[in-house]
Design a protein around this ligand. Structure first.
Ligand code: AMO
Length: 439
């Protein structure tokens, strides 16, 4: 690619005398006698541009005095060694400005603006390096996921977002009008990734998933990025847990290796790479602990307050931020989950399922899947679903579906928790929730 400009971090004092083009946004204008100092910020850093009365044209000197904060500025100039933080400054020969309106709608200096408003002005907000750091790190997390998946021989797939199937139950599915017939926005690429595990053996997908969740919480979005994994020939959920451990370890070590600059901006000092194996408790054990702590279940679901309590308990006992809950009852898992053939003594049917909890919040769900056609049909009926609505998804199980399983990690939640953010919306550029469709 042709060089468009120098990023400020690409310039150093030993380039003294060199002509460079820099470009960015004006963040500070200071007039001291016959000198105007202008600080220009780009996505990487900041640089001082110096306008001296007899060194630059009068026209440019006057223009520099009038620069407004957040105006776009392109400067062709000379690098000169100077006693600035970076050890150099830029002497402008030519400049081009597109002025910004003032006052700015958000506070880009003191960070007094609340999150909702920052989201309304995301471009300005992202010119604050500390806020942009979140998304630099999110991008590293994503790279790390893709990297480890490929290293382990998984094939990246893209499956449709608009489909006829409802994978995770009807309650929170978005319906769309698809040329006068009903279709749905996927809640998960679940069914498609299963179909492709039946051919590629190991697949993964990174993409949006949609949930019509009417709840307004710090951890729910109506559109989130799901990191989906599906793998054939597994022996049980232990294989999935082993892979989840490797993924989390790889993500955190990559963040530490490649993201130290951004971690520093966010003031994160103690991000430790976790060690295998992560602690494991069964659903049964978890519910007994919650009972002792007087935290009621929601039906049979472990409530978020329960996850938080268990997170603290595990942290105290094992010093780990991450742990698994296994063996969920059939009542709280979707139709595609494989059951253990033997029931528990109380007669309850349990499934080959697992959740991964990080800092007291669920970040991943997975299971071994039911791959036997007849059993799958039976399980659909047990969940009150009509097998006929599953079309090709179900038919595919007639033609040699291998034993398989997988899981999905929520990228937005992982980013939020890894970076100690208070709200999942902080980790999403343009979040979607029941109240927000814009920008
Ligand atoms: P589940 O519904 O648990 O499982 O979703 C998997 C992970 O996705 C994230 N997540 C969300 N993030 C933000 N907002 C939401 N509304 C939201 N809902 C879910 C969470 C969660 O752990 N098909 C299964 C996965 C599988 O078995 O492979 C599924 O979708 O981090």
């Amino acid at each position: 690619m042709r060089k468009l400009k120098y990023f400020t971090t690409e310039i150093s004092p030993d380039m003294d005398g060199m002509m460079v083009r820099i470009a960015g946004w004006v963040v500070k204008v200071r007039e001291v006698g016959k000198i105007v100092f202008v600080i220009v910020r780009d996505r990487e850093g900041e640089v001082q541009v110096i306008y001296k009365k007899n060194e630059v044209s009068d026209k440019m000197f006057e223009a520099a005095k009038k620069l407004q904060v957040m105006s776009t500025i392109i400067i062709d100039g000379k690098v000169r060694k100077a006693a600035t933080k970076s050890g150099f400054e830029i002497v402008p020969l030519q400049m081009e400005v597109i002025p910004s309106e003032t006052p700015l709608p958000i506070d880009i200096f003191q960070e007094t603006t609340e999150l909702n408003k920052r989201i309304n002005y995301r471009t300005l907000d992202m010119r604050i390096h500390k806020h942009a750091a979140i998304f630099r790190l999110r991008s590293i997390i994503l790279d790390a996921f893709r990297e480890i998946m490929k290293e382990y021989g998984f094939v990246e797939i893209n499956s449709p977002v608009i489909a006829l199937y409802v994978a995770e139950g009807g309650a929170n599915v978005f319906k769309v009008d698809y040329f006068n017939r009903p279709a749905y926005l996927r809640q998960s690429p679940q069914l498609y990734k299963q179909l492709m595990a039946g051919a590629f053996e190991r697949v993964f997908e990174i993409g949006p998933a949609f949930r019509a969740e009417p709840s307004y919480t710090i951890r729910h979005l109506t559109e989130f990025i799901s990191l989906d994994v599906e793998m054939a020939w597994i022996n049980g959920v232990e294989d999935l847990m082993d892979l989840l451990e490797d993924i989390m370890i790889h993500m955190i070590s990559r963040i530490r290796e490649r993201g130290s600059r951004y971690l520093e901006l966010l003031g994160i000092k103690n991000l430790k790479t976790p060690e295998k194996p992560f602690p494991v408790i069964s659903y049964k054990e978890a519910t007994l602990l919650l009972k002792k702590a007087d935290i009621p279940l929601e039906g049979k679901e472990i409530p978020h307050t329960g996850e938080q309590y268990l997170g603290e308990y595990i942290k105290e006992k094992y010093g780990s931020d991450l742990f698994f809950i296994t063996d969920f009852p059939w009542d709280v898992r979707p139709f595609y989950t494989m059951k253990y053939s033997d029931k528990t003594p109380s007669g309850e049917v349990i499934t080959k399922s697992v959740d991964l909890i990080y800092k007291g919040m669920e970040i991943a769900t997975g299971s071994q899947r039911e791959h036997r056609y007849e059993v799958l049909v039976k399980q659909m009926r047990e969940k009150g679903l009509n097998p006929e609505t599953f079309g090709y998804y179900l038919e595919a199980f007639k033609y040699g579906m291998p034993p398989h399983g997988g899981f999905a990690l929520g990228l937005d939640r992982i980013t939020m928790l890894m970076l100690n953010l208070n709200n999942v919306r902080e980790a999403v550029l343009f979040p979607r929730d029941p109240e927000r469709l814009e920008p």
